[in-house]
Design a binder for this molecule. Structure first.
Ligand code: KG4
Ligand code: ZN
Length: 346
């Protein structure tokens, strides 16, 4: 019955979780509100907030789980990818704890953890499964053959899907992170009102930078065209008035396009691999349009579809704990020295 304490600090959430024998006993997150006023995560502020949060967050996760430090069998932590200062806080804390308790340390790859979040609760996908991992920094299609055998078969060549949501929100004058707000306004809007272009990119890779540029031009000329036409650029007041009058429809139309881009690639991946066990993961999997779209594609193409519980979609330590559990079973431990702590393996 291995008991794992997990720590996540890759970006702007300080999180800790406890898992015993594959069941999550606690999953606690302190998110950092301070970044909203800057329109994005400020790395230096994030590391400082992790320093303040890490002890109370770990303490709360242990108390909620009713588990003492002595009962922990291993300590898992997010090793990469992420903001270096933020990763260092969680990593050094985990390493110090492992040293003082004389327990093994498990280094976890953040993107592997997003994929394995689908193994936390029932119903769980059967292996092999495909996972579309969509977050603020990544957009990937991962072929998962076992908890420790994963292969990226498609990924974005520029922006991530979450970035496409957040950058659109910024252009619309909405605060960071804008993804959830676009989702909220989209619910009241008409997704067929405006037509944004689908990128022409072969295979299983994604591209969102062209979409972002066409949204920029579209707003600059107050909805007259998707292209750069200097003679059509509207005044700032006209642009603001256009956004205000059409916010819901713009959000619904942009969301529809992003969701279609994601699901069409997933459809292609399923066709190419013959796999019909299909999962989504990452912060953008909280998007209601994507969740509904996945269900609709699932019905149409006879997929079994899976989405982690909401608390395990955005960054959390529960997913680090479940990954730590499987790595514990596979005896994939990390050395305590600095060099080996710099190598996060899938
Ligand atoms: O996985 P995550 O919490 O952090 C990263 O590892 O990046 O993902 C954060 C991203 C942000 O871009 C945020 O805007 C987006 O997920 N997001 C959403 C929604 N909730 C979070 N995007 C669209 N609709 C949502 N409901
Ligand atoms: Zn993430």
């Amino acid at each position: 019955m291995p008991c794992i304490l997990a720590i996540e600090s890759s970006c702007d959430e300080t999180a800790a979780a406890v898992c015993r024998d594959g069941s999550i006993l606690s999953n606690f997150i302190a998110d950092q509100k301070i970044h909203a006023r800057y329109g994005g995560v400020v790395p230096e502020l994030a590391s400082r907030a992790h320093m303040q949060n890490i002890v109370p967050v770990v303490d709360t996760a242990l108390k909620t789980a009713g588990i003492s430090l002595q009962a922990i069998d291993a300590i898992a932590f997010t090793q990469s990818p992420g903001l270096i200062g933020s990763l260092l806080v969680g990593g050094q804390f985990a390493k110090s704890l492992a040293l003082s308790l004389q327990k093994p340390l498990i280094a976890v790859h953040h993107m592997q953890a997003h994929v394995l979040a689908n193994l936390i609760d029932d119903p769980r996908p059967a292996f092999p499964y495909l996972c579309l991992t969509v977050s603020g920094g990544h957009t990937q299609i991962v072929l998962c053959e076992s908890p420790t055998q994963l292969k990226v078969i498609g990924e974005t060549i520029d922006d991530a899907a979450g970035e496409a949501f957040d950058k659109t929100a910024k252009l619309l004058g909405l605060p960071y992170p804008g993804g959830p707000l676009i989702d909220k306004y989209a619910k009241e809007g008409d997704p067929d009102r405006f037509h944004f272009p689908e990128p022409r990119i072969e295979g299983l890779n994604f591209s969102f930078s062209g979409l972002k540029t066409s949204i920029l031009y579209f707003l600059q000329n107050a909805g007259k065209s998707l292209h750069y036409k200097p003679e059509q650029i509207a005044t700032e007041e006209e642009q603001k008035a256009f956004i205000q009058a059409n916010l819901n429809d713009i959000c619904a139309s942009v969301q529809r396009r992003i969701v279609e881009i994601l699901l069409n690639k997933l459809k292609l991946a399923s066709l190419e691999t013959g796999i019909k066990e299909i999962c989504i993961a990452g912060g953008v999997s909280a998007n209601s349009g994507l969740r509904k779209g996945l269900e609709a594609y699932g019905k149409k193409y006879h997929w079994n579809t899976y989405i982690p519980d909401f608390q395990y979609c955005t960054d959390n330590a529960g997913m680090i704990a479940i990954t730590g559990y499987y790595k514990f079973l596979a005896k994939e431990f990390s050395e305590l020295d600095v060099q080996s702590a710099a190598r996060a393996q899938w």
